[in-house]
Design a protein around this ligand. Sequence first.
Ligand code: ADP
Ligand code: MG
Length: 694
Amino acid sequence: MSMALKSPLTALAGVGPALAGKLERLGLYRVEDLLFLMPLRYEDRTRLVPIGALVAGHRCLVNGEVLLAETVYRGRRSLLVRIGDGSGQLTLRFFHFSRAQQAQFQTGTRLSCFGEVRRGPAGPEMIHPEYRLLGENRKPAVNESLTPIYPATDGVQQGRLRNLTEQALGVMHRSGPRELLPDSVRQRFDFPSLADAIAYLHRPPPDADPAEILAGRHPCRQRLAFEELLAHYLSLRNLRALADSQRAPLLDGGTEETAAFVAGLPFELTGAQRRVVEEIVADLGRGHPMMRLIQGDVGSGKTVVAAIACLKAIACGVQAALMAPTELLAEQHFSSFADWFGPFGIEPVRLAGNQRAAARREALAAIADGSARLAVGTHALFQEGVTFRELGLVVIDEQHRFGVHQRMALRDKGGKDGGDGHPHQLVMTATPIPRTLAMAAYADLDTSIIDELPPGRRPVTTIAIPDTRRDEVIERVRDACAAGRQAYWVCPLIEESEQLDFEAAEASFDLLTRALPELRVGLVHGRMKPREKERGMSAFKEGLVQVLVATTVVEVGVDVPNASLMIVENAERMGLSQLHQLRGRVGRDARQSHCVLLYKPPLGAAAKRRLGVLRDSNDGFVVAQQDLELRGPGELLGTRQTGLPEYRLADLVRDAGLMPGVQMAAETIRREAPELAKPIVARWLGDANRYGKV
Ligand code: ADP
Ligand code: MG
């Protein structure tokens, strides 16, 4: 039988269907996959440690001779085996043992043990060490390389994983793997060959520094991370190249309508908004799908830019769709767009998840027959059964709440029977993403940045106050409302329990209703029916209610410019980006706004740092950078919620520094060796490309 890296795992000795099934849970299907299974850590069994030199807490390899073995009953039955090597004595303690095992430990038998050293009542101990008997030949039982410890899965022991990786390494040494990085790239970054890197990481030599490897600083590790990042990058670039080769409706009209719309706004567009509009206009006139990301901090005015794009598309004769991550935000967009587009005879339709059947049917029919020119909704928009007659533009608000594949799904709604190819895509996010991260995550998109707030905005002042001083905060609410402004009082979403979430909001609502009898207090929480939520929200928007007690449903996008005070309860539990989003609900006109972060003392170190960042900065970029450092990219890019597959060994934060090189390498491959792109993507992302077809 000839075994190759592409063979199924069952080709390896000792792997039957049952084990293969368990290995699948580690994402391992083929022999090659084992090579990319990275150890979580390493153990040093390359050196024998003299018993006299053992240090509690370390995991060490020890050889010694059995001096004494006895079964004791102190609380529970245990077997104690005392061994010695001339430098000291060590006790091995077993709670589970067989008669046969017990019989092994004859006085004078030589053992090799590996385990964690603990301080015991009579000197150093190891509890349930790995051990084996040493034969007469007295060969020192040391390994030649550091011992890899792999991510475990149910019922697959480390010894087994070591054996399998050993077999896979053997296959690799005989045949492959194919080196896919061009020589020029490897030389530029001084990378080892793929085979050398893999061999090193699975079986590091005794002098290797495990800390260096695990921190991602070792060239072998970087070599692999580089190739993985490159695979993702190439895959997204392929997607982009595909889009560039596809047709999209040429939208170069609508100039009068958009000019009239802009002229009718109660404000002037900022320079940044105008610039981004121009970029969009240029994209729409190319005849290929626009794929553009707008980054703009909370309150920078992204919605109106999206509206201009939609109006232009509609005026050019295609349908537009606007997708928002929450029902509340979809509803708000629906009513703003209805107001804005009314004068142009355009009536948006709404598509929500929990709409009445009749309303939904009607909306679907209007979308399908083309009488609805603009559809506004949540992810309900790209579910099955939604068919557009001629979808030409898709706008996705707060895109970080969605994943890449959802973006793709809506894109596929276009062109089905429209005949004019794929729709244009405009995605918007308030989470500014550090450049290197954006390079990796949004390599298929062009980026526009609204880096200017509307004129006259004042930074929101932010303070953190222990919730023991809640009464003072209530007085601030009273004062703000007496001055004609409005306030949000946000209770945290308690992830484990919607029930508690709702109770916390109810309790605050009761408290504020009693404490502020002269004010109207409203309540909006996640368990309300959409209609109730909307009613609560619009009462606040219209100023009928002065204080809105809400759960974090108001987090994204909600726009009530008269609100000037944001109180956040249990702020210590929330992430930075989330708090920044909440704070972004105020400070939406030229008057001064405030944000009060209430916390339950005592404040932990991490929470203290988070609240400090918000107090010191109003800049979403700074906040996002800190958030990235504190929580990792999953939260920032929204991959966690959407289940976008994670990287196998690259880490977008740790390896961010590799991205410029990755981009260069992709360019080299495009110019000099385009045939390499496909196998690189296939190696890391599987043959079924997770971002779409290559
Ligand atoms: P975000 O970028 O967070 O989505 P919005 O689009 O909700 O921000 O805009 C925030 C507020 O600023 C809205 O009330 C909007 O009408 C207003 N706005 C947008 N552009 C301008 C501008 N150029 N001048 C003044 N106000 C503006
Ligand atoms: Mg918005």
